[in-house]
Design a protein around this ligand. Structure first.
Ligand code: GLU
Length: 551
């Protein structure tokens, strides 16, 4: 067979040579150890935690080394294209502090186009090269014929796919191919794999790949004649990945573990087109403990709202908290580093792929909440106020004025109990924060809890005494002495421990009395320090709430 002639028959319109593309996309001018990484999402409009997790690794590897992180849109499957999806990807990642240096929708970048749908000629040029080398061929099998092959393989318990004796189009002559094309038969281009097809997998030649996360991988070589160009001339993932990551000069391909089984295909393709391989970093799947079964399982789009990045935006997680949390699941030494460097900027931590887990990263919302508490404690109230204003503008505009009008008032509220060595860690995410502080706003103030049963008949007396003795100028200890005095006067122990010793001589203790006051003021049996809250509410509002509860 004259492969040059075949290549011209299949790709008469491809005039550029592989060497020309090497010149158009030269090696990047970067320091020797700078890493070039990319995110290659499909524009489906759904961006999930797994994307963020991978993007975070890409971003750190590139920016820690003075390299480049770019965005490539993998839109070869146009059935999945959703209008506006690219902006959603960029915005969502930017919110979490992840910015691209180059690629789709950003200014600059000389390695484009960054949409795979616009790179048709480049892929075809290299499919043509493989045909010329006798390493790719047109395959005219129809879907019915492929289905028949599949059924036969199933019946004979053979490996699935197009290989060896099933790769019948490998043997077509030039004349046969030409006749089929002239007859308008549709065809794909397949790789002519050189993998052995008559050996069981354990006896096949094994390839070894050094994975940045997993170390040395050893796998049976590929022996499948995989499709590289579909009937419409559009490449499959396998082929587009090899061509794009070479010409965009990617040094590290960070992608999910679901791509591991196809790695041998990629290794063969890199070899045949004659490109050097990037370093592969196959990240672990995001897992969670299933609430019902208690077993580890993959996060699912259908069952787990927390898989979607929108979830964190809607709930109002602070991006710094999400970043902190991602690092704890990404790098096993991160928590230790954070404990030693509580105030350091997160980017001071040196992220490495070697410290990544390869057996499944466990995602746990409770842990995120704990980390969020620790993160928010370090954020000044003024910044939190702005964060709340931004969040509410998008998700709860009817409350935005609370965070914009009286800044001093809201900042005192957000700072409540946060001074000192043992700051309170009440604040987790915007929706919860608003709920937590809502009693400070008259429109949202409501009585949520019941007064303690043993004090219920004394509510009027307790509050009458309280109003009578209340002096807004009292300091915290003067204020509390007065509560003790009220307790004693009405038959409650002034100290809980006295009550414990002789419960029969008291109605209850000072805690029950203060809970009545707490409920009158905040509507809740639990809250930060009552005295501090009254100082923020002001005298007038404090008295008004007590009176309102009594009426
Ligand atoms: N488009 C692929 C995906 O969304 C990208 C995989 C890769 O990073 O190579 O899974």
């Amino acid at each position: 067979m004259d492969y040059n002639k075949l290549a011209e028959l299949l790709f008469p319109h491809i005039k550029k040579t592989p060497e020309e593309y090497e010149k158009i996309y030269p090696q990047r001018n970067l320091p020797a150890d700078a890493k070039v990484t990319r995110l290659g999402p499909s524009p489906t409009g759904f961006i999930h935690l797994g994307n963020l997790y991978g993007a975070f690794v890409d971003e750190r590897l590139a920016h820690q080394s003075g390299g480049v992180f770019f965005l490539r849109i993998e839109d070869t499957d146009d059935k999945r294209y959703v209008e506006g999806a690219v902006d959603i990807i960029i915005d969502s990642l930017r919110f979490f502090g992840i910015n691209f240096d180059e690629g789709a929708e950003t200014a600059g970048g000389s390695y484009g186009p960054y949409y795979q749908s616009e790179r048709g000629e480049i892929y075809q040029c290299f499919a043509k090269k493989l045909v010329k080398q006798g390493q790719a061929y047109p395959c005219f099998l129809t879907s019915e014929e492929i289905e028949e092959i599949r059924a036969k393989q199933e019946a004979n318990k053979e490996n699935m796919g197009i290989y060896g004796k099933y790769a019948i189009c490998r043997d077509l002559t030039y004349e046969e191919i030409e006749a089929k094309i002239n007859a308008g038969e549709s065809y794909v281009i397949r790789l002519k794999s050189s993998g052995s097809t008559d050996l069981p997998p354990e006896e096949m030649r094994h390839i070894e790949v050094e994975d940045g996360i997993r170390g040395t991988l050893s796998m049976p070589e590929n022996n499948q004649d995989v499709v590289i160009l579909k009937a419409n001339g559009i490449p499959t993932y396998h082929f587009a990945h090899v061509i794009d990551d070479h010409f965009m000069r990617t040094t590290h391909v960070v992608r999910g573990a679901e791509w591991l089984p196809s790695l041998p295909i990629h290794v063969e393709l890199f070899e045949k087109v004659g490109f050097e391989m990037p370093v592969f970093c196959h990240t672990a799947q995001l897992m969670k403990i299933d609430e019902e079964t208690g077993q580890k399982r993959k996060l699912s789009k259908r069952k787990d709202p927390e898989l979607s990045l929108d979830y964190y935006r809607n709930e109002g997680y602070h991006p710094a908290a999400v970043r902190e949390y991602l690092l704890t699941i990404l790098n096993s030494n991160y928590e230790e580093w954070r404990a030693e460097n509580p105030l350091a900027a997160i980017d001071d931590f040196t992220f490495t792929t070697e410290k990544m887990s390869n057996s499944g990263a466990l995602f746990d919302l409770n842990k995120l909440n704990d980390i969020s508490k620790d993160t928010l404690v370090r954020i000044p109230a003024s910044e939190l106020r702005e964060f709340m204003a931004d969040w509410s503008r998008e998700f709860k505009p009817e409350i935005t004025h609370f965070f914009e009008d009286d800044c001093a008032y809201i900042e005192k509220i957000l700072d409540l109990g946060r001074a000192g060595d043992k700051p309170r860690k009440d604040l987790i995410y915007a929706k919860q924060i608003f709920e937590f502080i809502s009693y400070f706003f008259d429109d949202y103030f409501k009585i949520e809890d019941d007064v303690p049963a043993n004090a219920s008949s004394d509510v009027q007396d307790i509050l009458t005494e309280y109003l009578a003795s209340y002096n807004h100028e009292d300091d915290q200890s003067e204020w509390f002495s007065k509560i003790r005095a009220i307790a004693e006067k009405l038959g409650y122990a002034a100290k809980p421990k006295d009550y414990k010793k002789n419960p029969e001589i008291y109605k209850g203790h000072v805690g029950d009395v203060s809970t009545v006051i707490r409920i009158a003021l905040m509507g809740r049996a639990q809250s930060p320090d009552v005295w501090e809250i009254q100082q923020i509410l002001g005298e007038e509002r404090t008295r008004a709430r007590i009176k309102q509860f009594m009426s």
